[in-house]
Design a protein around this ligand. Structure first.
Ligand code: RB5
Length: 146
């Protein structure tokens, strides 16, 4: 299950993304926002992050204007590794090297067609594994207590 969330700036992309995921047959849960009216990104970011941190959802996708606010919120949660990606290359590496579990997109930064490719890459790229990367990921959490 993929947890989806956006603020008003990311609302349109979230709605487009739902159609895209429907076409791919990938299940998701929409944590809002439910309209283009202004909301505070931390509210939605925390809800989505909690669903991933608890294991209820395997991955999350958060969309705001830049992706930055959402990533800051998400990375305050234990067990979360959120990556702002503006290219498929960074999405691929965020999975391979960082085992990122939340993708953050900036609807005011990244064109929709690119964002869609970033999502596809993020959802289909496995963690490369290996002691080197696993040790570094373990340190992210042990050194921060998160
Ligand atoms: C909302 O105007 C904007 O600040 C928000 O979407 C996001 O870009 C914050 O990081």
């Amino acid at each position: 299950m993929i947890a989806l969330g956006s603020d008003h700036a990311g609302y349109e992309y979230k709605e487009l993304l739902k159609k895209h995921l429907d076409a791919l047959g990938k299940p998701y849960q929409d944590f809002g926002t439910a309209s283009p009216d202004s909301v505070d990104y931390p509210d939605v970011g925390h809800t989505v992050s909690k669903s991933v941190a608890s294991g209820k959802c395997l991955r999350g996708i958060l969309i705001c204007g830049t992706g930055i606010g959402m990533s800051i919120v998400a990375n305050k949660h234990s067990g979360i590794r959120a990556a702002v990606c503006e290219s498929t290359a960074s999405a691929k590496l965020s999975r391979e090297h960082n085992d990122a579990n939340i993708l953050c997109l900036g609807a005011r930064i990244t064109p929709w067609e690119t964002a869609k490719e970033i999502v596809d890459t993020f959802l289909t790229t496995p963690f490369s594994g290996g002691e080197r990367h696993m040790n570094r990921i373990q340190k992210i959490h042990s050194l921060t207590g998160l």
